[in-house]
Design a protein around this ligand. Structure first.
Ligand code: GAR
Length: 196
């Protein structure tokens, strides 16, 4: 029987990448399971979906913590502890993490970014790609390190940029690939971890 690593997904919004991960993890031979979905935004659409899947769905609103980002993350970390989480997938989590959380989960936390890193770190990647005139765009799954969108690359998926693309049409084409890339990358990471 496949031993499944206990994973958390962090989201801030609709959570379509989290959904793709959860669906993929239903396969009996998938080496991970999602035991909790955490959001910094109580209104994140993905929370309700996760709860409907029987997964613990926890909102820890960042706003009451003000500028104390580490205190917010310590509250999240306590939830992870409660659920015996071993690995984190950031899936559209739109907050920059503190060095405290990054260090604590070093080697056990990955992220998906909607660009072909090292191009277009940060926000508005699709619009910036169009403005730069690139003919290829895509998504990257990478390890989380202290620099934003700077950790080692695990896997990438490319899409063409079409002449009549808007940021929205390009984002939609990239998102289709994200939903395939993230589960595949997680599976690969898990197989490597168990080999260590
Ligand atoms: C995805 O495109 C993801 O790559 C991106 O946000 C979107 C979330 O969509 N993440 C980042 O920009 C992280 N800096 P989703 O909530 O439907 O998965």
């Amino acid at each position: 029987m496949t031993v499944k690593t206990r994973c958390a997904a962090f989201i801030s919004g609709r959570g379509s990448n989290m959904m793709a991960l959860v669906e993929a993890a239903k396969a009996p031979d998938f080496p991970a399971e999602f035991v909790v979905v955490v959001s910094n935004d109580p209104a994140a659409g993905g929370l309700e979906w996760a709860a409907g899947q029987g997964i613990a769905a926890v909102a820890i609103d960042h706003r009451p913590y003000g500028k104390d980002r580490e205190a917010h993350e310590r509250a999240i970390d306590a939830v992870l502890e409660t659920h015996g989480v071993e690995f984190i997938c950031l899936a559209g989590y739109m907050r920059v993490l503190t060095p405290w959380l990054v260090e604590k989960w070093q080697g056990r936390m990955i992220n998906i970014h909607p660009a072909l890193l090292p191009d277009f770190k940060g926000l508005h990647t699709h619009q910036r790609c169009l403005e730069a005139g690139h003919d290829r765009h895509g998504a990257t799954v990478h390890w989380v390190s202290s620099g934003v969108d700077e950790g080692d690359i695990i896997a990438q998926a490319e899409v063409p940029v079409l002449a009549d693309d808007t940021a929205d049409t390009l984002a939609a084409r990239v998102l289709v690939e994200e939903h395939k890339l993230y589960p595949a990358a997680l599976r690969a990471v898990m197989s490597n971890l168990t080999k260590l």
